[in-house]
Ligand binder design. Structure first.
Ligand code: SF4
Ligand code: SF4
Length: 446
């Protein structure tokens, strides 16, 4: 990353007081929310070239970056008592959270049982690079039904382009070894794949590798957008050479969608597709980036500092520390509510008039640093890709949404595509003949 964060020295790591749940509950507090906890801060055993977390080390100079047991207790208690719904997700991320060791997570699980309300269901997720996994880790994950997110960017030659260790060595084999261990223990996993300059032109190689070679059923795609300058819009602002190209991002999403809709709906799950289907059904999307507003997904640092979002771990977006102010008050604070509302309130007119805004909503504010054709600031860098993607999927999304609304299933779209006449217009509405469009969906002919 090009910029150096300003150091925060106001709150040292370590135990502090433990604020009680405010009563009554602040009226602006969200009923449901998501905390990404980073027990080892940004510290990682690898050195992926595009990682934006590594530069966050500069926020806490001289820090050991380890969540204390006292803070762990505070965090688990506040999370469980703040959530009003019956389900809570305890989500761990980094850096590399496995650097904390298995025993840290066993202590967390004991605390969950201690503070869990009757009837409250708690599920556990952890995002890891997979290279430090052992039988002991996998036994823990299997025992407590963790969903483990593994960071992988495709087959070896694409993954190793940027995902290297501190010595610049490739990591693919070590990640696969970790993944094989997870599978051997029957641990549920999903693949988190960043789309970057190296793999952006190989969508089907990447997708088929995950689906066919790894047996992945959940695949999350994350575009890499690294700005050269992160201090607001400036003329000539550019991104690094590792960043995904906006048009290539659109082509990537479209290629994966076309393969998925032809044969994998109902068996392979991609958050972009789930979120899009929700939008076409008039429901709130499951991904914050496509929501009208955000602000309910916060990041918790190793010392209790709570930030507005994992993508905004920076001084201006520090909301407070949970050892000083209860998490629910921080979530309800005017600062955090304004952060979430700004996603909607700062949309340029170009987005407001866009025909796919209902599904895109200008995507994530962190990527809104380009100008609209008429010169307004705040357009999303990925806009061309998203516009192409949402326009492309419109016809088939309408079909899927209609089926679900009618009490059917989204995967019925596969049958519709498979049985369309070869010379008839493709049901997707492209205007092309089916044989020249979603022909992949056709049954194998003898
Ligand atoms: S800033 Fe982006 S990633 Fe963070 S909550 Fe808002 S939309 Fe989601
Ligand atoms: S596709 Fe582009 S113009 Fe349309 S809402 Fe998304 S970012 Fe805005």
């Amino acid at each position: 990353m090009a910029s150096t964060p300003v150091a925060i020295t106001s709150k040292p790591a370590g135990p502090g007081p433990d604020p009680a749940l405010p009563s009554p509950r602040p009226p602006t507090a969200p009923r449901s929310f998501h905390v990404l906890a980073k027990p080892s801060g940004p510290i990682c055993n690898l050195d992926c070239e595009y990682c934006f977390f590594l530069s966050k080390e500069a926020l806490y100079p001289g820090d050991r970056f380890r969540m204390s047991d006292a803070l762990l207790d505070t965090y688990i208690r506040q999370t469980l008592e703040s959530e009003t719904g019956p389900e809570v997700v305890i989500a761990w991320q980094g850096g590399e959270p496995t650097l904390m060791g298995v025993d840290f997570f066993r202590r967390a699980l004991v605390l969950v049982e201690q503070y869990r309300r009757p009837g409250q269901q708690v599920s556990h997720t952890i995002q890891t690079n997979g290279t430090l996994l052992t039988d002991a880790w996998c036994e823990l994950f299997a025992e407590h039904d963790f969903l483990v997110g593994i960071s992988l960017d495709g087959p070896a030659h694409l993954h190793d382009a940027y995902r290297v260790d501190k010595k610049g060595q490739p990591t693919f084999d070590r990640v696969i070894r970790g993944l094989d261990l997870l599978k051997a223990h029957g641990v549920a996993f999903n693949v988190l794949c960043t789309v970057n300059a190296a793999n952006q032109d190989h969508p089907l190689d990447v997708y088929r590798f995950f689906r066919d070679d790894l047996g992945a059923e959940h695949i999350q795609l994350i575009p890499i957008v690294e700005r050269q300058n992160e201090t607001g819009f400036q003329e000539g602002d550019t991104v690094t050479s590792r960043s995904v190209d906006p048009d290539a991002w659109g082509r990537f999403l479209i290629a994966v969608f076309d393969e998925w809709v032809s044969r994998d709906v109902g068996t392979v799950f991609l958050p972009h597709h789930d979120a899009a289907l929700a939008s076409w059904m008039g429901l709130p999307p499951s991904l914050c980036i496509f929501g009208e507003t955000c602000g309910n997904a916060v990041a918790l640092e190793h010392n209790g500092d709570l930030y507005s979002c994992d993508h905004f771990v920076e001084p201006a977006h520090l909301v407070g520390n949970i050892t000083e102010t209860h998490m629910v008050e921080l979530l309800a604070s005017p600062q955090q509510r304004a952060f979430g509302a700004a996603k909607r309130d700062t949309l340029p007119k170009y987005c407001l008039e866009c025909r796919v805004r209902f599904a895109c909503n200008g995507e994530c504010p962190k990527n809104r640093f380009t100008r609209t054709p008429d010169g307004e600031d705040g357009l999303n860098y990925l806009c061309p890709g998203y516009f192409a993607f949402f326009t492309h999927i419109d016809g088939l999304m309408r079909i899927m949404a209609d089926r679900v609304r009618g009490g059917g299933y989204a995967d019925e779209v596969r049958g519709i595509l498979a049985h369309a006449g070869r010379n008839e217009p493709c049901p997707c509405g492209s205007g092309r003949k089916t044989k020249h469009c979603h022909r992949e969906a056709r049954p194998v002919e003898p």
